[in-house]
Design a protein. Structure first.
Length: 255
């Protein structure tokens, strides 16, 4: 491997403690959530939230997701949706409905709406109509008390969507959305005593339904087809220390 230099710069955001960072589709730049529930978009930094406190959600932000002109924020205390009213300078308006109780994270559905994971309380669906009226619904498995932690989109087509969810000691869950109807499929894959903390898609043309899971004890499980019951490929003894928390697949490599 050739030697490469890393140019690392410390970037402060109004002196705040950053708890979440992601890409902002409105500006093509990054945006940031803070430990105090505030939201910043460089270069304007502080969107007008019509609030003296400037917070978009109670508690430390642990997830930000965008769907058209609506942005969703998750924290351990609340899930809230805000609408972009103006672009320059940015101005946000909080939509009427928020979910009190918090979530482990939130993602946007490519077909519209949002999904927030609620641990052993289930999965929260948030949908909006043309007037931006928000409706919420919590879905749970009909027979098992499953754990919903980190979630990723695997397939998005007009007729259906497929999401995967890291379910800690419950393994890996497949959640299928058909024609706008929220339906949990029967795919529930267990990995023995392993505590699955993250899941990512393989991003491989050869395995379009492929995914990889990470366990708390550093085990990696590669699943070529998330909808099959085939035995996964297990990778052990990676020499890692600490707790396995995050996994990313890019260009045939796992990080």
């Amino acid at each position: 491997m050739s030697n490469r230099n890393l140019n690392i710069q410390r970037c402060g955001v109004n002196g705040q403690e950053i708890s979440w960072a992601t890409q902002c589709p409105w500006t093509g730049t990054h945006c940031f959530g803070t430990e105090d529930g505030e939201f910043f978009i460089p270069p304007d930094l502080v969107p007008d939230t019509r609030s003296s406190e400037g917070r978009v959600v109670s508690g430390a932000i642990n997830g930000i997701a965008f769907c058209d002109d609506v942005v969703a924020f998750a924290s351990p205390e609340e899930v809230a949706l805000w609408s972009r009213e103006k672009s320059d300078p940015p101005e946000l308006r909080k939509l009427s409905s928020s979910f009190v109780g918090g979530a482990h994270g939130i993602i946007a559905s490519p077909q519209g709406g949002f999904f927030a994971t609620l641990a052993d309380e289930g999965l929260l669906f948030l949908n909006m109509d043309r007037n931006q009226v928000v409706t919420t619904r919590v879905a749970r498995h009909v027979s098992d008390s499953l754990y919903f932690d980190k979630m990723v989109s695997l397939v998005s087509q007009p007729a259906h969507e497929l999401f995967l969810c890291a379910a800690r000691r419950d393994g890996l869950l497949a959640i299928k959305i058909e024609n706008g109807t929220h339906k949990m499929t029967g795919i529930h894959r267990s990995f023995g005593a392993h505590d699955i903390t993250d899941v990512c898609r393989l991003n491989s043309p050869e395995f379009p339904l492929g995914a990889a899971c990470l366990s708390r004890s550093h085990g990696i499980f590669v699943v070529p087809n998330a909808l099959s019951n085939d035995r996964p490929i297990e990778v052990r003894d990676l020499g890692l220390k600490g707790t396995g928390y995050s996994l990313i697949a890019e260009k045939g490599h796992l990080f």
